[in-house]
Design a protein around this ligand. Structure first.
Ligand SMILES: Nc1ncnc2c1ncn2[C@@H]1O[C@H](COP(=O)(O)OP(=O)(O)OP(=O)(O)O)[C@@H](O)[C@H]1O
Length: 286
């Protein structure tokens, strides 16, 4: 049985209360292969990204603790997507360091290696296998996370533990009852949840979500907030979002970072950044 990470307890203790949330099969394992002995899953230090002399990121410093749910806000062009691009190896910084845990230098790895090291990213637009059922999408994601080839993936049988894991994920992403539906027939919000589920099946150590509620109805947004609140403490998550109501729902008492012109303008609890004159001036007051 894998161990679950629980930030409130010594890191290698199993937290049965978390298990109870939605079954034993879907439960976050303690980061493996990533050295988090100092408590952080991600360290960005003095990151600069220049595009023809324009600094999309300018001496950016940010770190995320294991099990933290960090919200990143900021005006258009602040550098939020560029930061995610640096973390996932899509863009190389011209200066600075980016570490996954203590020892994995993200600036030296390919996008593929970073994904397999345990950083999962969800882009704004959902990308699911539309011709496959919801269940098959989760199954494929789980097996591909184990680096099986597509051929092996399609033909290998599921163990009962794997079926349980998919069932638990279906409940978590609110798609139980829809498992036999083709993914292409789901609503926009359901596709977003399915893609989050697919990432979770790969057991990422760090999950990056880029505007997860863009284009969702109010009801879907509220359900997405519930979903993320259920993931709190079980995963390390970074969420970039412009929907402030949603950010307030998921940030709770945690830290919100405000980016502006490629640097951190402010960081603190949602209530603190909302009251910060500089943040009101460049973003919230607009
Ligand atoms: N490939 C590129 N070439 C040139 N400039 C770029 C490139 N990518 C991003 N930029 C610029 O860098 C700045 C930061 O862009 P980025 O997309 O990271 O901002 P953002 O905070 O994600 O904005 P939004 O909220 O609109 O998504 C912007 O001014 C953008 O035009």
């Amino acid at each position: 049985m894998s161990q679950i990470y629980n930030p409130a307890q010594p890191s290698d203790k199993v937290d049965n209360a978390l298990h109870a949330d939605y079954g034993t099969s879907y439960a976050r394992i303690k980061p493996e292969g990533v050295d988090t002995t100092h408590g952080a899953i991600l360290y960005l230090e003095n990151i600069t990204v220049s595009f023809d002399g324009f600094k999309a990121l300018n001496n950016l410093n940010l770190d995320i603790s294991v099990g933290e749910l960090r919200c990143i806000i900021g005006p258009n062009g602040a550098g939020k997507t560029t930061m995610m691009d640096v973390i996932t190896g899509k863009t190389r910084p011209s200066a600075g360091t980016a570490f996954f845990g203590q020892s994995i230098d993200l600036t030296k790895l390919t996008e593929y290696d970073i994904a397999h090291a345990g950083i999962g990213r969800k882009f704004q637009r959902p990308t699911v296998f539309e011709q496959h059922t919801v269940f098959e999408n989760l199954e494929l994601a789980m097996k591909m996370g184990k680096r099986l080839t597509v051929r092996t993936t399609l033909f290998s049988r599921l163990s009962s533990e794997q079926v349980d894991k998919i069932d638990a994920c279906l409940r978590l992403i609110r798609l139980n009852g829809n498992e036999r539906r083709l993914a292409g027939l789901l609503s926009h919000g359901q596709k977003q949840w399915l893609e989050i589920g697919m990432l979770l099946m790969q057991e990422p150590q760090l999950l990056l979500l880029d505007e997860p509620v863009a284009g969702m109805s109010d009801a879907e947004t509220a359900r997405t907030a519930e979903l993320l609140n259920e993931l709190r403490g079980k995963h390390s998550i970074m969420v970039v979002e412009h929907d402030m109501g949603f950010v307030a729902e998921i940030a709770q008492e945690g830290k919100v970072t405000v980016l502006h012109e490629g640097s951190v303008l402010a960081a603190g609890k949602m209530s603190e950044v909302q009251a910060d004159e500089r943040v009101i001036e460049v973003y919230l007051g607009r």
